[in-house]
Write a protein that binds this ligand. Structure first.
Ligand code: 2P0
Length: 333
């Protein structure tokens, strides 16, 4: 199944809608996985081997403004600067836009504004692709559901399918070959006291893209066969923790899930490590704080920085220990 087949199945005749004579603007939050997506069963459609679960970072994300222009090329800006069409993100974005061009002559002006600290290595691709499908939905008056938009966003980047909602979102892996049952869904629970701290330990460039890293992990780590069972158990525990407001269970399960993902990468060949010395030092600090009785946990994605998980009651202690962290309360904004 090709991406274009999925687009046609969802949009049908609406693919021929004329664009509105407006600039369409939409915002989507970035999201942090508490149970990670790592490995695909279909690389074309970004269909995952496992389900995953995330928390959206509310006001942190990407705003996309889009309109059709009378030009022979797209004009795409990111935080005011032109996007390099040969960069990884540039190429992925242009290939994604090609899916929605009814004629080769259709070109877009797109202005992405992100308020995510770029140095945090917080992928802006998830909120970027989610906000672009929201903006296209307005521009072409498709009137799609968030579930359908989640499927379209996934075609741009897997984790983008979780960025259509605020709060806790589960990406059900689905089993259909066309991926129509593989999309995000909002979980109805909220947790106002939950805090996410962005701990930037190092601003080095990513060594390897997550797309490449997850393929290599799946192809070469002898631990990968254990991952689906680990995710099944962790997903159930995280949902139970959210339902019962059991923060220790939530933090422990999220941290353990991230460490398992990184352990698989260390065992890939050639090995992959997103750890920098400062990452390990920060982990040791967190483990020591836990021994001292502070309920603080972390998760780590495809970069050296950590996302801290703690409750509002410990906000001052955490801030005094980690100078300069940015703290978000996903349910309070
Ligand atoms: C996640 N990550 O669940 C995992 C954990 C990074 C670490 O999803 O190839 O940009 O576009 O589907 O979504 C980052 O990978 O990969 C990611 P593609 P994506 O958040």
């Amino acid at each position: 199944v090709k991406k274009a087949d999925v687009i046609h199945a969802i949009l049908a005749e609406r693919i021929h809608n004329a664009p509105q004579p407006i600039i369409a603007t939409a915002f989507a939050p970035t999201n942090i996985a508490l149970c990670k997506y790592w490995g695909k069963r279909d690389q074309e459609l970004n269909l995952p081997e496992t389900s995953s679960l995330s928390i959206s970072l509310a006001e942190k994300g990407t705003t996309t403004a889009i309109r059709v222009i009378d030009n022979s090329l797209d004009n795409i800006l990111f935080n005011g600067k032109p996007i390099d069409p040969t960069s990884t993100f540039g190429r992925r974005l242009l290939a994604f836009l090609d899916l929605f061009r009814t004629k080769h002559s259709v070109h877009f002006y797109i202005d992405f504004t992100s308020n995510i600290p770029l140095a945090a290595g917080l992928a802006s691709s998830a909120s970027g692709f989610a906000s672009i499908v929201l903006a296209l939905n307005q521009l072409y008056d498709w009137q799609l559901s968030l579930q359908e938009l989640s499927i379209l966003a996934r075609l741009g980047s897997g984790s983008a399918c979780r960025s259509l909602w605020n709060g806790f979102v589960e990406w059900e892996k689905g089993c259909q070959t066309n991926g129509m049952d593989s999309h995000g869904s909002l979980l109805p629970m909220t947790w106002p006291e939950l805090c996410v701290g962005l701990l930037i330990v190092n601003t080095h460039e990513k060594s390897i893209s997550s797309r490449e890293a997850m393929e290599r992990t799946k192809a070469s780590s002898s631990f990968y066969s254990l991952w689906p069972d680990k995710v099944r158990v962790d997903l159930a525990l995280i949902k139970e923790a959210i339902r019962a407001y059991d923060f220790s269970l939530l933090g422990k399960t999220a941290e353990s899930n991230a460490m398992n993902m990184h352990a698989m990468m260390l065992s890939a060949w050639p090995p992959i490590s997103y750890f920098q010395p400062e990452t390990i030092a920060a982990m040791r600090d967190i483990w020591k704080l836990r021994q001292e009785g502070l309920e603080i946990y972390f998760t780590q994605d495809a970069g050296p920085n950590l996302k801290l998980l703690f409750l509002q009651q410990d906000l001052l202690r955490v801030k005094s220990r980690f100078a300069g962290i940015e703290v978000l309360q996903p349910f309070l904004s």
